[in-house]
Design a protein around this ligand. Structure first.
Ligand SMILES: [Zn+2]
Length: 113
């Protein structure tokens, strides 16, 4: 038994099984077109998950902003460092998420053309 790379999800799978346990890809009786369709579907799921996590990140950012607003009593006082750290983390996570989304969409476009 050896480990090979699944052509669909690029995960390491056993060469004994004909079906990838990660993504359900069937090796063997697959055309290039089916492989492309599989990659497209996987990428679409990836984009969906990135969009969902971007909503989660936005929620964290808004919560941090509300915390900041609440601690500073309508921006009159200096708040503690907590909300500022959370704001920074939220902003960085949002930027990282947008970057990954941009990259995934560009890969999607190159698959479609
Ligand atoms: Zn796979």
């Amino acid at each position: 038994m050896a480990l090979i790379t699944c052509p669909s999800c690029s995960k390491r799978v056993s060469d004994v099984t004909n079906t990838c346990p990660q993504c359900g890809f069937h090796r063997g009786e697959v055309s290039d077109e089916q492989l492309l369709e599989f990659q497209r579907r996987r990428l679409r799921d990836h984009v969906y998950h990135l969009k969902m996590s971007s909503y989660a990140v936005m929620t964290v950012f808004l919560a941090a902003f509300a915390w900041y607003w609440w601690e500073s009593s309508d921006f009159q006082q200096q708040p503690s460092v907590g909300p500022l750290v959370l704001l920074a983390v939220g902003a960085l996570a949002y930027l990282a998420n947008r970057f990954l989304l941009f990259r995934a969409k560009r890969r999607m476009r190159s698959l479609l053309s």
